[in-house]
Write a protein that binds this ligand. Structure first.
Ligand SMILES: Cc1ncc(COP(=O)(O)O)c(C=O)c1O
Length: 249
């Protein structure tokens, strides 16, 4: 979406492929930065791989781009990366980091369209000058506030713990399933797995009403499907369907 938004604004987009283990290759990225580069986006945990970018890599990137570009860190899925510290902890020392968080994932509030930017006061002040008046409908504000009471936060945390537990269980089970070539380590609320028969697995699941995302067109992800972790019942249905499908020889 960032590329789409940038192009809509007439901004040039430079895409830098991820390195080994879907990690941000900081040196390769820096080699592609030009004098015109103003924003660098890093997504951690990454969608659709689920890979986490270490804070050390983000800090190195921000240091190299100091006074040149803003490093925007998208942490939409960070709540599922248990124990991981937000890159917002780096802002005190590195002012060219801006962190994006959202209530869309862990708080299941995607319809409200509420998120937050954590950044240096100067960046926030700049954005305040250009933001639309009344940017959020009051119903969305009410929904966000209701999701952020201590009781609601505790309920959300319980859901997150269950999702993380199910993710790990699913990763082990999928790795044993026939036709599954690899399951990538994930710190998000989904798993990305490589199948010997991704297209027919996708169709077999769809026929049973189970929708996964075919991400096989992404670089390095040929034959991969992204599976969102659901309720234990939904996950059991998916594993059952994968176990029962016929894997083409
Ligand atoms: C990496 C990433 N960031 C942000 C979003 C969307 O967040 P929001 O609903 O707050 O726009 C998504 C949604 O799929 C995503 O994958």
């Amino acid at each position: 979406m960032y590329a789409v938004a940038a192009r809509t604004q007439g901004a040039a987009v430079i895409e830098v492929p991820l390195g080994k283990g879907f990690q941000v290759d900081v040196d390769a990225l820096l080699a592609r930065v030009t004098d015109n580069t103003k924003l660098v986006f890093v997504c951690t945990p990454n969608n659709p791989t689920g890979a986490l970018v270490p804070l050390t890599a983000i800090a190195k990137l921000a240091l190299a781009l100091r006074d040149r570009a803003l490093v925007v860190v998208d942490e939409a899925y960070l709540e599922f990366a248990e124990g991981q510290v937000s890159a917002s902890a780096l802002i005190v020392q590195q002012e060219n980091i801006a962190v994006l968080r959202t209530l869309s994932k862990a708080y299941a509030l995607a319809g409200a369209r509420v998120g937050t930017l954590v950044a240096h006061p100067q960046i926030v002040a700049l954005l305040r000058r250009i933001q639309a008046p009344y940017p959020l409908p009051t119903t969305c504000v009410d929904a966000a506030l209701a999701a952020l009471t201590p009781v609601a936060i505790e309920e959300a945390r319980q859901r997150m713990r269950l999702i993380v537990h199910e993710r790990e269980r699913m990763a082990r089970a999928l790795a044993q399933a026939s036709g599954v070539l690899e399951v990538f380590p994930s710190s998000a609320n989904f798993l990305c797995a490589r199948f010997a028969d991704a297209a027919s697995t996708y169709r077999a699941l769809l026929a049973l009403g189970i929708v996964v995302r075919d991400v096989s067109h992404y670089p390095q992800l040929a034959g991969c499907l992204r599976i969102t972790i659901g309720t234990p019942e939904e996950n059991a249905a998916l594993l059952g369907a994968i176990g029962q499908r016929e894997v083409a020889a």
